[in-house]
Design a protein around this ligand. Structure first.
Ligand code: ATP
Length: 233
C-alpha cells in the first residue's frame, strides 16, 4: 500500500535520510524505531510531502506521490499524527474533530464517524466543549488520533505517540493504535520507546543516522536490537 524506495532527504549539508526503503501492507502495523535525530520524523514528513525530497520515490496505492502537495497526499488517504500531539489548543475538542473532516462534507457518514470516534474515546464526549489545550496528555493523544480518524484514512502515521506520557497511558495509546488497525487502517508508528513499539508491530525497521539498518518481524528477539535499544534486556 505504501512503498518508499531509496529515499534521500538533505537539510543543507546534512543528510537526514539516505537510501531509505520501507513498505507497508494494508492492515499492517509497522514501526520505525531509532534514537534521537536518526531521521524518524523526517521520514514521516517526507511521506506527507512536508520536506523536500532529494532522491527516491514514494508510492501509495500504486500511485506515485513523491512530489505531490501535502493536501493531495492527505486526500489520497494518509493521515499524520505529529509528534508533540499538537491538538489545536485554543479550539474545543468538538472543533478539533470537525477540522479532522475538513476534506469531507459534513454529511450522515461524517456524522456517524464523529459518533464512532466518541464511542471509541468515551473520555472525549463529556469534554466536547472543553479547550483542547486543557486536556491531559493522554486525552490529547486520543483527540489527535480521533481527529486523524475523522479524515477516514487508509494509512495513519504516528510520530512518537508515547512521548511524555505515563506508562499506563502509553499502554492505552498503544491499545488504541491496535484498535485503529482493527478499523482497517494501516499504521506506521515511529518511536524511541522501542520495547512498546516492537511489541505492537507486525514488522519493524531500525533507523540509524538516516539509514535503515535492520528490518524484521521479530526484532524484540534480535540481539543487536536488545543491546542497542532495549537496555540489553
Ligand atoms: P527525534 O526523535 O529527536 O525527533 P528523529 O529521529 O525524528 O529525532 P529527525 O527529526 O528526522 O530525527 O532529524 C534527523 C536529522 O535532521 C537531525 O540531525 C536533525 O537535527 C536534522 N533536521 C531535522 N529537521 C531539520 C531542519 N528543518 N533543518 C535542518 N536540519 C534538520
Amino acid at each position: 500500500m505504501l512503498a518508499v524506495d531509496n529515499l534521500g532527504v538533505r537539510y543543507g549539508n546534512l543528510t537526514a535520510l539516505d537510501g531509505v526503503s520501507l513498505s507497508v501492507a494494508p492492515d499492517e502495523i509497522v514501526t520505525v524505531v531509532g534514537a534521537n535525530g536518526a531521521g524518524k520524523s523526517t521520514l514521516m514528513r517526507a511521506v506527507l510531502g512536508l520536506v523536500q525530497i532529494n532522491s527516491g520515490t514514494i508510492s501509495f496505492d500504486g500511485q506515485d506521490i513523491t512530489r505531490l502537495p501535502t493536501f493531495k497526499i492527505a486526500r489520497k488517504g494518509i493521515a499524520l499524527v505529529p509528534e508533540g500531539r499538537g491538538p489545536l489548543r485554543q479550539l474545543s475538542v468538538r472543533e478539533n474533530l470537525v477540522l479532522g473532516a475538513f476534506s469531507r462534507a459534513w454529511d450522515a457518514a461524517t456524522k456517524a464517524d464523529f459518533e464512532a470516534v466518541l464511542d471509541r474515546f468515551p473520555a472525549l464526549r463529556p469534554r466536547l466543549a472543553q479547550t483542547a489545550g486543557t486536556l491531559s496528555g493522554g486525552e490529547q493523544q486520543m483527540l489527535v488520533i480521533g481527529r486523524a480518524l475523522m479524515s477516514r484514512p487508509k494509512l495513519m502515521l504516528l510520530d512518537e505517540p508515547s512521548l511524555g506520557l505515563a506508562p499506563l497511558i502509553v499502554a492505552q495509546v498503544f491499545a488504541t493504535i491496535e484498535a485503529v488497525r482493527g478499523m482497517g487502517v494501516a499504521v506506521v508508528v515511529v518511536e524511541q520507546n522501542a520495547h512498546a513499539a516492537l511489541k505492537l508491530a507486525d514488522r519493524a525497521y531500525v533507523i540509524e543516522n538516516g539509514r535503515i539498518v535492520l528490518e524484521g518481524s521479530n526484532l524484540l528477539g534480535d540481539k543487536r536490537v536488545q543491546e542497542a535499544y532495549l537496555g540489553g534486556s
